[in-house]
Design a protein around this ligand. Sequence first.
Ligand SMILES: *Cc1c(COP(=O)(O)O)cnc(C)c1O
Length: 388
Amino acid sequence: MTEKSLDKRLQQRRRDGLYRSRRLLQSPQQPELQLDGRSMLAFCSNDYLGLANHPELKAAMHAGIDRWGAGSGAAHLISGHSAAHHALEEELAEFTGRERALLFSTGYMANLGVLAALTDRGDTIFQDRLNHASLIDGGLLSRARLRRYPHADLAVLERLLADTQSGRRLIATDGVFSMDGDLAPLGALARLAKAHDAWLMVDDAHGLGVLGEHGGGSLEQFGLDAAEVPILMGTLGKGLGSFGAFVAGSESLIEPLIQQARPYVYTTASPPALAEATRAALRIVQSEPWRRQRLAELIARFRQGAQQLGLPLMASQTPIQPIVAGAAATALAWSRQLETAGILLSAIRPPTVPEGSARLRVTLSAAHTDEQLDRLLDALAQLRPEGL
Ligand SMILES: *Cc1c(COP(=O)(O)O)cnc(C)c1O
């Protein structure tokens, strides 16, 4: 009986154009990849700097396996916290200009860990309505009161803050919004947080390594320091091309997380070889600013080309460049049409984005060539204009 009701729900999903299926990747993550047995040109990874298949990351991981073995074998607080993890934490603290950094296995877990460890019943978490699912879920897990404000709406946030007199207050926001590509108004958020004695937490999954002259992310872009944004979460599987995440902040922020963040305490440490690969990525992020310059060139070139085609772009200056289709079925039809031209661009549909704003989410990588970008624009020019 139960399984029948599950089947029914799946059928409904199919009818709504919301059914999702996994494609089989048969090559490393790179612009020209092998998928389901054919060659495709992809514009949908988060490998913004082109590091996922970089020889230096691979060599560091190989050497890490020789030195440390395959698995960590234990949680950080038992015997799994290797010198490789520790060195990476120190390098991340230095890179972000903070006293300490703490590694988590994934960004999802980091967000759950921070929000649940720092807030409790009686506290209030304020979140942008377009925040990543992991921040929303962390808020639910924390048992604090959850107040969501319309996207980037500072006036509403200010009212909500003023209405909240008791308990701790924490404002959590994406730095770069993952499905729209726009930046949070971080300067204004920092001022509001200060005026209302609230913590500000920024999830910089899509900014770290990618934005700012030195790759310091959205905070560098806005010139904000650790006093203004005390809690910084960064992920390592996007711009940095490896895997995992970290939280960076003061000693008095990090030490309680080590003691109490359940997604930190009750899980096996990630493989030390992975930390070695991430250390290599961090060196490249700092020593090769050309990757960010190249991205900026591609972003400008894409936007200019897409505007000439009359495509509905969003106000994004980042490598995330959505083309809004509206109906899920339209986004899906576009994605299928592009696929016949050998271009992989997945349709993003509700509930990942709000109802009626299904889209193609173009992501650019420093690894894309001009010629590849032109192939994308040529294919976009062929889209049937339904919904445009
Ligand atoms: C991808 C992402 C995460 C989750 O990070 P993972 O390391 O992939 O678990 C969290 N927040 C945002 C904004 C993201 O885009």
